[in-house]
Design a protein around this ligand. Structure first.
Ligand SMILES: Nc1ncnc2c1ncn2[C@@H]1O[C@H](COP(=O)(O)OP(=O)(O)OP(=O)(O)O)[C@@H](O)[C@H]1O
Ligand SMILES: [Mg+2]
Length: 478
């Protein structure tokens, strides 16, 4: 694997050089065959294990940790930076695109503050499973190539073991990078350099001039809105939408306490450390805009306020357009006007909320609906059948002109996954791995590579969680 080092070479001052600490007795816990194929890598071998555990380093590569700031839960932290992630460089994939290769959990950096620079097995595995699961669901996301486990003791609430996620990101540039320069260094030249670097590497169709900057910000707004529309349509709660976790490319970034919804609950909070629900499921669209406003503020020295405002003004429409596109496809309806369609989708969400329905399974039920039929299996799940009947009569009228019912059903199955990364499934697999059995993890990973397929022997993975697993929330001490 050859690495390009454009970030290091072109943005001096935006990072510190670092060396990984290494892991005791490293071993492969997970390996993404899809990501490996994309990077044209062979099967996992001893050399790769030595490099990805941080026990050996790649020749000629300058490993680095980036510096950034961020708004965390509404408050500004002027200096964060990669406290436990080290980037090796940028690898070219089979399509000619470049991916940063990062070791998350590789040890202390100048930005570790009071942290140990480590990650534990459960958090490394969750990041791997989530990013690969989102990828296979068609949600824009960073990827994961591997997880390396070890015997290195790491202290959290109890003693655990250290692990590294090998993360692939088209870019690690976050909103917080721009905030750091503007609010900290106040160096307009450096801000321009970073924006120009971002445009040249990731928005090559735009020029680095005033009209290009305006168009670029509008695109960042749109990409962010579309990412969040995907989350809302998939029932995905991110959990820590701080501006240091917002990718400038609109890729889902940093998998901490995230959770897919089991029972549909609009105000679902997946993060232990978020008692007021700042990042609750239904707050995500609003927080996305709030975060973009923070980005806009950071760009004020470079981009006229009117241009930034124009970009921000596009947010809501981009979000609604994408969300409706995804939901119309899930429901199998032809577009009517926006208000009518939002009301139909909103009615379904209300139905799910009032009847404590499982989000994924309820949506998947549409793959079994016979266009034109008077019956729909979802009715049996509802306590309030009158509410269901009301909604259903409006829905039925919308599914018309379907020539081939089988084809229509196949399209619904391709839009509504049968399998998602339910928290309790991740938890079970992680507990097995902690006890030395990796098979459940591997089975879960393989399942999530084809989330839309029936996968005959796997239907128990589509079940609602048992009582202990409903609304399981994760500790933030990752
Ligand atoms: N164990 C740790 N040691 C040192 N720094 C840490 C540790 N855990 C988190 N941090 C740092 O705290 C900040 C916020 O953490 P957060 O959980 O958002 O990020 P992360 O999961 O570590 O990494 P990333 O955002 O790259 O996915 C980041 O700057 C991160 O590097
Ligand atoms: Mg983070």
């Amino acid at each position: 694997m050859e690495l390009r080092q454009d970030f290091v070479n072109q943005l001096p001052g935006a990072y510190s050089l670092v060396e990984p600490e290494g892991l005791d007795n490293p071993r492969w816990l997970m390996w993404s065959q899809d990501a490996a194929h994309m990077l044209n890598l062979a099967e996992p071998d001893a050399n790769a294990l030595a490099v990805f555990s941080g026990n050996a380093r790649m020749q000629d590569a300058s490993y680095y940790a980036q510096v950034y700031a961020g708004h965390q839960f509404g408050g500004y932290s002027p200096r964060l930076g990669d406290g436990r992630a080290m980037i090796l460089g940028e690898a070219k994939d089979i399509h000619g695109e470049f991916w940063d290769i990062a070791l998350k959990g590789a040890g202390k950096t100048p930005y570790s503050r009071h942290g140990d620079g480590k990650a534990v097995l459960r958090s490394a595995v969750r990041e791997f499973l989530a990013s690969e699961a989102l990828y296979h669901l068609g949600i824009p996301t960073t990827r994961a190539l591997a997880v390396v486990g070890s015997d290195t003791p790491v202290w959290r609430e109890t003693q655990e073991t250290g692990a590294i996620t090998v993360r692939l990101a088209r870019s690690h540039i976050r909103f917080g990078h721009f905030e750091y320069i503007t609010h900290g260094e106040q160096d307009r030249g450096r801000l321009r350099e970073l924006v120009n670097f971002t445009i040249a590497h990731h928005f090559p169709h735009l020029e680095a001039n005033a009209s290009g900057y305006k168009a670029w910000f509008a695109e960042v707004v749109r990409l962010t809105a579309e990412m969040i529309a995907h989350w809302q349509a998939s029932g995905f709660a991110h959990g820590v939408m701080n501006t240091d976790n917002m990718s400038i490319l609109g890729d889902t970034f940093d998998f901490g306490p995230f959770s897919f919804l089991d029972t549909y609950q609009e105000g679902f909070i997946c993060n232990h450390s978020d008692p007021h629900g700042r990042y609750a499921f239904d707050q995500q669209p609003g927080i996305g805009l709030w975060n973009l406003q923070r980005l806009a503020q950071a760009l004020v020295p470079l981009i006229p306020s009117d241009d930034l405002m124009a970009g921000l003004n596009g947010y809501q429409q981009a979000l609604v357009d994408k969300y409706l596109q995804l939901m119309r496809n899930r429901l199998g309806i032809v577009a009517a006007d926006e208000g009518t369609d939002l009301a139909l989708v909103g009615g379904l969400m209300k139905l799910m909320q009032n009847n404590h329905l499982d989000y994924t399974n309820s949506m998947r039920a549409f793959a079994g609906f016979e266009p034109g039929a008077m019956e729909f299996a979802l009715r049996d799940e509802c306590r309030d059948t009158a509410e269901f009947d009301d909604w259903f009569s409006a829905y039925r009228d919308r599914v018309n002109g379907v020539a081939d019912a089988g084809d229509w059903q196949r399209q619904r199955a391709a839009a509504n996954p049968k399998y998602i990364l339910r928290n309790y499934l991740a938890q079970q697999a992680i507990e097995a791995a902690e006890a030395g059995d990796n098979q459940p993890l591997e089975t879960l990973y393989q399942l999530l590579r084809n989330p839309f397929d029936e996968q005959a022997d796997m239907t128990q993975y589509a079940r609602r969680p048992p009582d202990w697993g409903e609304g399981l929330i994760c500790s933030c001490s990752s």
